[in-house]
Design a protein around this ligand. Structure first.
Ligand SMILES: *Cc1c(COP(=O)(O)O)cnc(C)c1O
Length: 454
């Protein structure tokens, strides 16, 4: 592993933080035996050993699931905030970190072209989507929610929790919501909200937002954009192919947006974000609680959030990261996204040029996720599983995903074959993936050769 910068900068910053509280009288922690540093260190070493039982998510040869290591500054800022352990429910529990959350969230909203909005961080994308659909359900009482088959699986579950009816419409051979299928549902007259996914979790497909917005003019419904994974690609929309570029350009017109800083935003887990275009939706959150006595007139984030306690440290880490890497098109953070996307496009090109593999029949990756199947004359039932395992033995970590068979065979014929196939999947979301692509390709083809030999 490369040298970890976090311990050194953290020691000095922790000293600086301690100075902030110099005026307090000294005190001794009441417990002594349980603060025995030798005992704590021994347990921490045991913990390190147990944590070794993980895939190496931080390494460029980990090219499987949607896992991107947090930035060292995010880890340091999070750990620094742990000295205080603020709670962003109220200014009382997290005065400084609430202010940082408000700033950090405003920067995310600006990235989407919103200056006036209501929004906050959440524990993750699921909670953020729950809030968005909860608000949608309060506005469009009793009306249905529609997503595509490729929308995140939690939307139907969230709708069930909220007692809102949910229906999934089919996706086309590129994994995008089918407009004809959507319109069939809209004609029934009872659709309150459409969940539009910009960057599906399985293959990074981008739903046709501009066309869905045209349908909104005609049928009147709320548009919720789930960009938990794909939201940051707004920064590099100019580098995307046409349909995706237009979808990102239109995101400003959504009614609500969800983005996960803990996916592409270099944050530790526990950091999602929900944004509403109309700040007036704050009225739905009104609550009267005898214990959350708000002691200042400033907005307390607990007044506009469904969750009560939330990690102030998550806001501190995000604020610090955005200070180092502002969310600017053409900036350093954006260029990391571009590198991953170039890696995905090149990986896909190599797969297409090689007779051993089958890529998506209808086109190249829209963002930075690549999926493929093995082409074999006499294929064993679980060939993809074998390649997955043989690659892992060579330290190349891929993922497996179930995708409709017709995506690989008959791009035009959407009803050809409704069965699903196990496919290989690689999320190339680390900037290092671009320079490691040759090595990734080498290990993959070597794994294939090994499996062929048996
Ligand atoms: C990951 C993801 C979610 C769920 O977010 P969590 O942070 O895992 O709760 C929702 N929607 C999409 C499109 C996602 O990729």
């Amino acid at each position: 592993m490369p040298k970890d910068l976090v311990p050194e900068i953290l020691v000095r910053a922790t000293e600086a933080l301690e100075c902030e509280f110099d005026a307090l009288p000294n005190y001794e922690p009441s417990r002594h035996s349980d603060l025995d540093s030798a005992a704590m260190e021994a347990i921490l070493k045991e913990t390190a050993h147990l944590l070794g039982n993980n895939y190496p998510y931080f390494h460029p040869l980990y090219a499987g699931q949607m896992l991107k290591p947090p930035h060292p500054l995010a880890r340091a800022a999070y750990a620094l905030a742990m000295t205080i352990n603020p709670n962003n429910h109220a200014r009382d529990g997290g005065r400084a970190s609430s202010a940082m959350e408000i700033e950090a969230v405003a920067e995310i909203a600006r990235m989407f072209g919103w200056n006036e909005f209501l929004g906050h961080l959440t524990s993750g994308g699921t909670m953020a989507n729950l809030e968005a659909l909860w608000v949608a359900g309060r506005i469009n009482l009793g009306k249905r929610i529609i997503g595509s088959e490729q929308a995140h699986y939690t939307h139907s579950r969230i709708s069930a929790v909220l007692k809102l009816e949910y229906a999934a419409v089919p996706a086309d051979a590129r994994g995008r919501m089918r407009l004809d299928a959507l319109e069939t549902e809209l004609r029934k007259g009872d659709v309150g909200t459409v969940v539009v996914t910009l960057g599906t979790t399985a293959i990074g497909a981008v739903d046709p937002l501009p066309e869905i917005l045209e349908l909104r003019d005609r049928y009147k419904f709320r548009v919720h954009v789930d960009a938990a994974y794909g939201g940051y690609f707004k920064l590099i929309e100019g580098a995307l192919d046409d349909p995706a570029r237009c979808a990102y350009a239109a995101i400003t017109q959504a009614d609500s947006i969800v983005i996960d800083p803990h996916k592409h935003g270099l944050q530790p887990y526990g950091c999602g974000c929900v944004l509403f275009l109309d700040p007036g939706v704050g009225r739905f959150y009104k609550h009267d609680s005898p214990y959350t006595y708000f002691t200042s007139r400033d907005l307390h984030l607990g007044e506009i959030s469904l969750e009560c306690s939330r990690a102030g440290a998550a806001a501190v880490a995000l604020w610090a990261t955005q200070r180092l890497l502002p969310l600017k098109p053409g900036g350093e953070f954006a260029s990391g996204l571009t590198a991953g996307r170039r890696a995905a496009v090149e990986f896909d090109r190599r797969l297409r040029a090689d007779a051993r593999f089958e890529a998506l029949a209808a086109g190249t990756p829209e963002l930075d996720i690549v999926v493929w199947k093995m082409r074999a004359a006499s294929r064993s039932f679980d060939l993809e599983q074998s390649i997955f395992s043989a690659s892992a033995k060579r330290n190349l970590h891929l993922a497996l995903v179930q995708l409709p068979q017709f995506w690989f065979v008959h791009p035009g014929d959407q009803s050809a074959n409704q069965s699903y196939a196990t496919c290989l999947r690689s999320v190339l979301m680390k900037p290092e993936h671009e320079t490691w692509l040759d090595r990734i390709w080498h290990e993959l083809t070597a794994a294939c050769a090994q499996v062929e030999k048996g």
